[in-house]
Design a protein around this ligand. Sequence first.
Ligand code: PGA
Length: 263
Amino acid sequence: MQIVILKDSASVAEYGANIFIKQLQKKADSVLGLATGSTPVSLYQGLIAANKAKQISFAGVKTFNLDEYLGLEGTHPQSYRYFMNEQLFDHIDIDKSRTFVPPGDAENPIEACQGYEEQIKAAGGIDIQLLGIGRNGHIGFNEPSSGLMSRTRVKTLTKATIDDNARFFKVGEYQPHLSITMGIGTILDAKKVVLLATGENKADAIKATVEGALTAACPASALQLHQDAVLVIDEAAASKLTDCDFYKHIEAENQKLLAKLGL
Ligand code: PGA
């Protein structure tokens, strides 16, 4: 894993956005894996700005989101489809028919999961997958105990995740406790994975991801198996790492090497 520790959340968003900008400049028809939650919002603002400045175009891009609540239609303000339209798709030059979010209103969710896997495959696989991380180490809605080779499927949310996401729902509003999520195996198939984490409340999950054992108890630890996973985190999220100075040293050496090679 490449571990990039930056001073604050703004630097994390800027660094993450630059990875996606470079990807789109290199491959205009990239297949992007996208995420919801608070963490990616500033990164999306960076992509919108770069699109408006004509540094990148989304005209040839396809996107696949990690997950969706089961039981919410895409028009529901708390659905992840709605979130993606609001936070990104409505502000860039993308054709929405090329944006995919698991169908939370599917009549047969089990078939829909299989269908989602097939759509990813038909698009040629995901070039670069954006991830946040839950306080419990989840990626997508792969909660602790998720199979490390799992594929897109229906998952039950933990109480911790339901509580963390309650802030987005009005008092008394129906909050789903089931989801459709890409599996950990689906995520690991992406050619590159970029996980963003900011704030002290993610420090335990980041510690378990980087320095803990490979275990279904911390789904993000599966990224230890990926050949091109980048963790972009701020000082607060890095605060429980034992070998922080070593990771900073590695990153400084990486940057020197890239500069020498003119990359
Ligand atoms: P957050 O969610 O960005 O809102 O903290 C991350 C996640 O649960 O994956």
